[in-house]
Design a protein around this ligand. Structure first.
Ligand code: MTE
Length: 307
């Protein structure tokens, strides 16, 4: 018999308050079999909304409204100076078809079509806390799959110890790239155990719909115990490698942004305290949580120094 183990990131559905109507309607439809009805008549099953994974939700927190999470963004390729403006600058960005180059220490380095990958990797929905290094925070229902499932599919070699991710670089579609002299394209990295951790997600949607372009369509990473800049958007390359990859923000300002970037309330940013976070859109202040509330699950990967 399969016994489902309860994890500490779970909360009862009733504690997720503001968008309760959204969840309830979906659950009623799902239990009545209505959301799956199209598969009965031979149509491909729609990807969204995906099945909700009840193991991943957030203690005593409320969901951020969809309009706030998709209207207040950091995506420097579109606007290095604004957040509310990003959503109005993404129109020209072409997100389909989308290919990801897998390179380095894997069985078969090759180009993958995202749609083909999605046929092999079933989507699920998880609610995560998200904390930007600038202190704003949100709680978002992401749709995607564990990065570990993709890594297993790609069959890395034993010598692969790190992953490097790179964002699309299309100055003609991304107006911010010409505005700031940054080391484009945006690049990030994870250690293999971080990438394999069950919390690390490859995300293709949010709020039961495909990702808006401003949130990193069509595919991004989400590592909820790290500052948001580790959650790289619109990925076109994944490289498996032996050495720690350089990262965009570390290259720009190494004294302020390290490789690990784990959320640590007691370690101030050189220019501001990290003790408190502000929930968008109300900017209500709350104490920052160690590893953004995921300490129990991720602290074992670190020796207490990697922040
Ligand atoms: N990825 C790319 N390619 N470019 C960016 O500017 N900004 C990062 C991260 N990923 C960024 C990126 C930062 S600083 C944050 S806080 C999050 O994206 C914001 O994600 P959101 O806009 O979906 O909230």
């Amino acid at each position: 018999m399969l016994i489902r183990k309860s994890e500490g990131w779970e909360i009862p559905e009733r504690e997720v308050t503001p968008e309760a109507v959204y969840w309830n309607r979906r659950q009623i439809l799902q239990s009545a079999g209505l959301l799956a009805a199209s598969s009965l008549v031979g149509q491909p099953k729609p990807l969204y909304p995906a099945v909700k994974n009840e193991e991943f939700t957030v203690p005593a927190a409320s969901l951020t409204p969809d309009w706030a999470a998709s209207g207040y963004n950091n995506f420097y390729e579109f606007d290095p100076n604004g957040k509310e403006t990003v959503k109005d600058l993404v129109d020209k960005f072409v997100i389909s078809p989308w290919q990801i180059q897998v390179s380095g220490l894997v069985k078969e380095p090759q180009m993958y079509d995202l749609d083909d990958l999605l046929k092999k990797l079933p989507l699920q929905e998880r609610v995560y806390r998200f904390r930007c290094v600038e202190r704003w925070a949100m709680v978002v229902p992401w749709t995607g799959f564990p990065l570990a499932s993709l890594i297993k599919l790609l069959e890395p070699k034993a010598s692969a110890k790190y992953l490097r991710f790179v964002t699309a670089s299309r100055p003609s579609e991304m107006p911010g790239m010409k505005k700031a002299p940054y080391p484009w394209p945006y690049f990030e990295g994870l250690r293999m155990d971080e990438a394999m951790h069950p919390l690390t997600m490859v995300v293709t949607g949010m709020y039961g719909k495909p990702l808006p372009k401003q949130n990193g369509a069509p595919v991004r990473i989400v590592t909820p115990w790290k500052y948001g800049y580790k959650s790289i958007k619109s990925i076109v390359n994944i490289e498996f490698r032996t050495s720690e990859p350089p990262t965009f923000w570390n290259k720009l300002i190494s004294s302020e942004y390290g490789f690990y970037s784990n959320v640590e309330p007691k370690k101030p940013h050189p220019r501001w305290s990290q003790a408190v976070e502000q929930m968008i859109p109300t900017m209500e202040r709350r104490p920052t949580m160690q590893y953004n509330g995921y300490e129990k699950f991720v602290a074992g990967m670190y020796n207490g120094k990697e922040f």
